[in-house]
Design a protein. Sequence first.
Length: 184
Amino acid sequence: MTKYSYERATMALDATPLGPLNRRFANYWLSLWDGDNLPSRSALNPARLRDLLPGVVLLEVRGREAIRCRVAGTAIQQGLGFDITGKDWLAMTPEDQKPVRLHRIDELLAGAGSRNLREGYTVTGSQVCAEEVQFPFADVGEDGSRLLISHVAWRAGSAARGNPQLRDAHHIASHFQPIPLAAA
């Protein structure tokens, strides 16, 4: 079992360049820790994240078999062009990208958070770079499933008005930066 360190997590997150929305999200997630223990899902109060909820995704990871989306905010739905709530994120991943996605998920569940960059284009051709942070929760289901929470700082702006969907938004992030949370 992974031994976590609040001090290490705080130092690593402080050293990570984050945009203002993801900095607020990361600081809130850190505030939920219980000593050196990751927060449980029940510690999260959506009312305290009201303005960040459009970019939140909660994933349930069932080993290497499935990554079910429990909830996806409205910005995620706008970016993808459909709601992924209840869907298997792994099943939507292109086959050639599944090994990389699974490796990244393994890193998150083994003691890391992450800062990711998703670069791409809207369906109308506008270039987009969206920053995402991902963090694990302490919860482990009876079936061994684990929970991850993500926040994507992208919001449909004026350039995307009317058709904000991002082409290939379900592809893996172009940049993955692990953030150490475990004790050294």
